[in-house]
Design a protein around this ligand. Structure first.
Ligand code: SF4
Ligand code: SF4
Length: 354
């Protein structure tokens, strides 16, 4: 008989580092176009699989000497290769028992609700969509924004993207930190997730109720090169009776900074390009212009020649909030205390002098 225990055993044996199970009714109250119950209306359970990000994958960025491994291994490798193979394995196990397994790998939103700011509707004009398509061809930058519409009344518009971190909370895997990163007792902020929806009536895990994982130390906000995380304003959401709160995050600005880093974090772009600031395109990276999807297009167009991408992922130059969080949790105590023999950071963070 298929049980939660047997699903977890198979998931861990297949290579997942974490596995938690939630019931679909915990999504009650989710925004209509982000409610995963539209994906598989008969699903009773959601299985959350966590895949650890090795701390050393960010070593090169921490030292400022190697930027390739983080996006290729920790984004592309996990999302495109490793997690799908585990999803496939666990899905087969579930379906061998006569229940359906709707697998859901980590993917960017292409639907009506923006995964950047949760706003309804796409605001890019058709011309801009064509522009971003051209950019996509050159840089494999995936943001296919289309005017999607529901296929029938009452359905969510395709392609539905639910909130991955809230889903991890639903599966009892941890809590959302002030940085908006998912924190788990095992790996702090260092993991990615994938999910399976199934009609199998599995016993759910309780929501995480252990000691607070986020220390509210604000290191993530302080070390963000774009000041994208507010230290004072927050967002609150209630999931299955549990209040979640995280710092207000300027998602579009983060999008610019984590891929492009900015003047003081990007060793790939000549200083002259930042100085020239053609058409004001880089103002968003200097905090002089509002970050929104229109401005981001300008940033991409100004800098795309300097940014190779791999496996369809943009080159991540930041991850500052993750490393700040790991550094703090290791030093100040928390879920990562004592996990590694040596701390992530022993000296000062590097910042380009220009
Ligand atoms: S990824 Fe970088 S830019 Fe985005 S919130 Fe984290 S530190 Fe800030
Ligand atoms: S850096 Fe501090 S405030 Fe930010 S998520 Fe981590 S523990 Fe929470």
């Amino acid at each position: 008989m298929l049980t939660s225990e047997s699903v977890k055993r198979i998931a861990l044996a297949a290579g997942a580092d974490l596995c938690g199970i939630g019931s679909m009714d915990r999504f009650e109250g989710a925004p209509h176009d982000m409610d995963p119950r539209h994906i598989f209306p008969d699903a009773r359970s959601i299985i959350g699989l966590g895949f650890r990000i090795p701390r050393g994958v960010q070593r090169g960025i921490e030292e400022g000497t190697q930027f390739y491994q983080y996006p290729s291994m920790a984004y592309g490798g996990i999302n495109e290769v490793f997690a799908p193979s585990v999803l496939y394995e666990v899905g087969r196990f579930i379906e061998d028992s006569g229940w359906e397994a709707a697998v859901y790998r980590n993917t960017g939103a292409r639907g009506r609700v923006s995964d950047m700011d949760g706003s309804e509707g796409n605001t890019l004009s058709p011309e801009e969509q064509i522009d971003i398509g051209r950019t996509a061809n050159k840089t494999a930058h995936h943001r296919s924004v289309q005017y999607t519409r529901p296929v029938a009344p009452g359905r969510a518009a395709p392609d539905l993207q639910f909130h991955f971190r809230i889903a991890a909370v639903v599966c009892g895997l941890g809590e959302i930190g002030w940085s908006k990163m998912m924190l788990t007792p095992q790996f702090g902020p260092m993991q990615r997730f994938a999910y399976i929806f199934t009609d199998a009536p599995l016993e759910p895990d309780p929501l995480y109720d252990g000691p607070p994982l986020c220390k509210r130390c604000m290191a993530c906000a302080r070390e963000c090169p774009g000041s994208c995380i507010s230290q004072t304003e927050s967002v609150t959401v209630t999931v299955a009776g549990k209040k979640l709160e995280w710092g207000k995050n300027d998602a579009w600005k983060c999008y610019a900074f984590y891929t492009h880093g900015g003047r003081y974090q990007n060793p790939f772009v000549p200083k002259a390009v930042f100085d020239e600031n053609k058409d004001g395109a880089l103002d968003v990276l200097e905090g002089k212009a509002e970050a929104n999807e229109h401005e981001i297009l300008k940033v991409y167009s100004a800098l795309e020649d300097y940014f190779p991408s791999w496996l369809g992922y943009n080159m991540a130059k930041c991850g500052g909030c993750i490393r700040a969080c790991v550094n703090m949790l290791e030093k100040k105590g928390g879920c990562l205390e004592g996990v590694f023999r040596e701390p992530l950071r022993t000296g000062k963070r590097w910042v380009l002098d220009r």
